[in-house]
Ligand binder design. Structure first.
Ligand SMILES: Nc1ncnc2c1ncn2[C@@H]1O[C@H](COP(=O)(O)OP(=O)(O)OP(=O)(O)O)[C@@H](O)[C@H]1O
Ligand SMILES: [Mg+2]
Length: 372
């Protein structure tokens, strides 16, 4: 089914992305130690990785870092790599039946009792993370395969610089281990891995980068048509065009629109309204992670850009109209943060614009919340 809320796992449910998948297959088969999959929210990063790995039939350990945020200590290499240990142990009971194991592994990791895991690791004084990875490497070597450790939304691990040393060491030393990390472009490439920082242990290290772009207009239309066809539902051409105009090539929102129409029988207007609400809420909650540090100023900047102001000086002028004088360097750093976290982009001719068409709606949610 093309229209589904969850990340895809099976190739037949996954639309196109053939080039990116081929690149992913080549990377794993060539034995890359680090593969980075990045793209904006809901671009299909998790799906690409799961579909790729299940098509390859290689044992993998999926760690959705967002599932470990309840306790910051869960994000340390020691605890998180404890999951690798548990999954490999569990794999033993499948006696080499990779396919069955792969269909269970996502559920298994989700159901792990993290509190217990932490206790066990503390009691044993913890296996050193390097030992766990060496064990994984030997484990894979013995079975003449590779083992892939997926750190999904890895930017959340940035509080532990130790991860970078471990990844660098793993790339250099462990022939049968591949790390796949996903996240937004800036979040994962610069905040977490610090690939362009000469002081980072990962600077200049071999890796494969796969970028997931938005779908083109043609792809978006074709995706919706194929999905409705598959569900046996006739949809008007102008409704498809309208949806594609509004949802801007982001596959996660296109598939959610299809899901609402097919599963709940909603009309075009209702389905679009629901998707826009969901998308705006998600965007607002992501924005809030940085907006909360300086809500008045950030919200004013975002409003300016939502209203279509494009140049640095127009945006600054508007912002100061609402918040009072802001020193240039302070204003720059606020603006750059919004670019850095992929909420807005700076075009080649130096103009600022929203990445998602729903930015104005998300900004309205924040305005209500902060009373600005
Ligand atoms: N190529 C594709 N074909 C069909 N559906 C897709 C494709 N890529 C993603 N989807 C669908 O889009 C939604 C978002 O996908 P996914 O969770 O993989 O994206 P993501 O980039 O990891 O999102 P997030 O930023 O929330 O982590 C899911 O419902 C998934 O089923
Ligand atoms: Mg994801």
């Amino acid at each position: 089914m093309l229209f589904d809320r969850r990340p895809k796992i099976r190739g037949e449910d996954f639309y196109d992305r053939r080039e990116e998948l081929q690149l992913f297959f080549k990377g794993v088969e060539a034995g890359e130690g680090l593969i980075i999959v990045y793209g904006v929210r809901r671009a299909g990063k998790t799906s690409l990785v799961y579909v790729g790995l299940s098509e390859l039939g290689i044992p993998f350990i999926p760690i959705d870092v967002r599932g470990f945020l309840a306790d910051p200590s869960f994000l340390s290499p020691q605890i998180l790599l404890g999951v690798v240990w548990e999954v490999l142990k569990r794999y033993e009971s499948y006696q080499g039946r990779v396919k069955e194991f792969l269909s269970d592994v996502l559920e298994y990791v989700e159901s792990l009792d993290l509190g217990m895991l932490k206790l066990r690791i503390r009691e044993k004084r913890g296996e050193l993370p390097t030992k766990v990875l060496e064990h994984a490497n030997r484990w894979a070597k013995k079975r003449k395969t590779r083992v892939v450790i997926v750190l999904d939304e890895a930017q959340e691990l940035r509080a532990y610089p130790r991860w970078r040393d471990l990844l660098a060491w793993s790339i250099d030393t462990l022939e049968n281990v591949t790390f796949v990390v996903t996240g937004s472009e800036v979040g994962v490439l610069s905040d977490f891995l610090k690939l362009s920082d000469p002081n980072s242990p990962l600077f200049g290290r071999a890796r494969l980068e796969i970028k997931l772009s938005k779908f083109s207009r043609e792809q978006s239309i074709d995706f919706l048509k194929k999905g409705f066809n598959e569900a046996g539902i006739a949809v008007k051409e102008e409704e498809i065009e309208d949806t594609v105009d509004k949802l801007n090539g982001i596959v996660g929102w296109l598939s959610l629109y299809g899901y609402y129409r097919v599963t709940y029988g909603l009309t075009h207007v209702e389905a679009l309204k629901h998707v826009e609400e969901d998308a705006a809420k998600l965007l607002a909650s992501e924005l809030e992670k940085i907006v909360k540090y300086s809500p008045k100023r950030y919200i004013a900047i975002l409003r300016a850009i939502s209203l279509g102001l494009k140049s640095w000086s127009e945006i600054k002028h508007f912002t100061e109209g609402s918040t009072g004088y802001i020193p240039d360097n302070r204003f720059n750093s606020l603006l750059q943060n919004l670019v850095k976290y992929s909420f807005i982009e700076k075009t080649e001719n130096g103009e600022y614009k929203p990445i998602e068409t729903l930015l104005p709606k998300a900004v309205e949610i924040l305005r209500k919340k902060y009373g600005t």
